[in-house]
Write a protein that binds this ligand. Structure first.
Ligand code: AN7
Length: 366
């Protein structure tokens, strides 16, 4: 007998949980690794930083099966690709999409081809695509070049494209908004998240809007997106030819869902803003040390953004006068262990001492 994740009564996966809101039918064979149902963590220290009795929650997407939010969309995209009889999927990636696509393709027993900017993928993510058995092609170019190539290769219908230009991906990613409303009993007042290709901000906004008529929520949040200052086409309103940031996941100069993101921000009365690499790394460190949550740099952009909204007068959105008791959710999109290089650099000061109690005492500073 073959068991499904739901029969095993473990995490059921996002399709089993929200079937009626997703583009699947009874005959769709579901390819799942038990993604979704990620913790919404109340963060007392972050709440204190905002003040005014506001409550800050972090939606920790780093605990998905391949350690990023991409799994929510990939379970739908790969299940639908199988339904259409696909023999292979293809994607361009800054790392997380390829890690997720490779895992779900392995699960489905089909080929996964990933086109990546050579030398620009975080170690852990490249390692994931490799171990799941993807066919990896590294190009001398950036993510935007990789996506251009994938679009052309996908036109022949030989491969199903599983980037977020595939609507099945965005449909699956809406489930994160559903989960937040289910846990809080309503939508939050503000939703902060990092923006790269802009699929996720588009999906969250669609998810909150889909849920309203189901009377699950009485309101929708203001969507506030953060780009890295060196890779901020939406903020600056122009294509960035050579995007640069330490947050390699969001090193994107021409986002696919640019217009949708703009619409989400306008309709929700939200904002788009930028954070510097220094602010991103400080946000990553702060969240790890004060709330015990370790996220990759791209995800830390949401935290850096929240801290910017609390303090700087230059922020696109100021939290200094928001209504008392507002509820704020920050999505952290990927696990910190995927991209350890910047931290390894800082750890170099760690030097061994002699194996004696006295030396250990001295090293502790007793
Ligand atoms: C950790 O993997 O684009 O704005 O190719 O990996 O929906 O693109 C990753 C994006 C945020 C941005 N945080 O989300 C890819 C890719 C992390 C990410 C984003 C990404 P979108």
């Amino acid at each position: 007998m073959e068991w499904t994740t739901s029969e095993l009564r473990q995490s059921r996966g996002v399709i089993e949980s929200y079937r009626e809101l997703l583009p699947v039918s009874a005959s769709t064979t579901i390819v799942s690794l038990g993604e979704g149902n990620t913790p919404l963590i109340y963060c007392p220290q972050l709440s204190k930083r905002v003040g005014r009795g506001c409550q800050v929650f972090v939606k920790n997407e780093g605990v998905n099966p391949t350690a990023s939010f991409k799994d929510r969309g990939m379970t739908v995209a790969v299940s639908k690709a199988m339904e259409r009889g696909a023999a292979a999927i293809i994607c361009a990636s800054t790392g997380n999409t390829s890690a997720s696509a490779a895992a779900y393709a392995a699960r489905a027993g089909i080929l996964c081809i990933v086109i990546l900017p050579a030398g620009r993928i975080a170690t852990g993510k490249l390692l994931q695509a490799f171990v799941y058995g993807a066919k990896i092609v590294a190009i001398d170019g950036n993510f935007d070049d990789a996506l251009r190539i994938v679009r052309e290769l996908g036109e022949g219908h030989q491969f199903v494209i599983v980037n977020s230009i595939n609507p099945d991906r965005l449909a699956g990613q809406k489930t994160a908004a559903f989960e937040i409303v289910d846990v809080l009993g309503d939508a939050p007042d503000f939703h902060l998240l990092p923006v790269g290709n802009a699929g996720n901000i588009t999906a969250y906004w669609a998810g909150y809007r889909d849920y309203e008529p189901h009377r699950k929520s009485a309101s929708v949040p203001a969507m506030i997106g953060f780009q890295a200052a060196g890779a901020a086409p939406i903020f600056y309103n122009r294509i960035i030819e050579r995007p640069e940031t330490i947050a390699s996941a969001i090193r994107i100069g021409n986002p696919a869902s640019w217009k949708h993101a703009r619409a989400a921000i306008a309709e929700s009365r939200g904002a788009i803003d930028v954070v510097s690499d220094e602010e991103i790394l400080a946000g990553q460190s702060w969240l790890a040390r004060h709330e015990g949550i370790f996220v990759e740099p791209a995800s830390a952009a949401a935290i850096a953004g929240l801290l910017k909204c609390c303090g700087s007068n230059e922020a696109a959105y100021s939290f200094q006068k928001i209504p008392e008791g507002s509820r704020i959710v920050c999505t952290v999109t990927g696990h910190g262990l995927k991209d350890p290089d910047a931290i390894i650099e800082r750890m170099k000061e760690l030097k061994p001492v002699a194996a004696t109690v006295n030396e250990a005492r001295r090293a502790i500073g007793l």
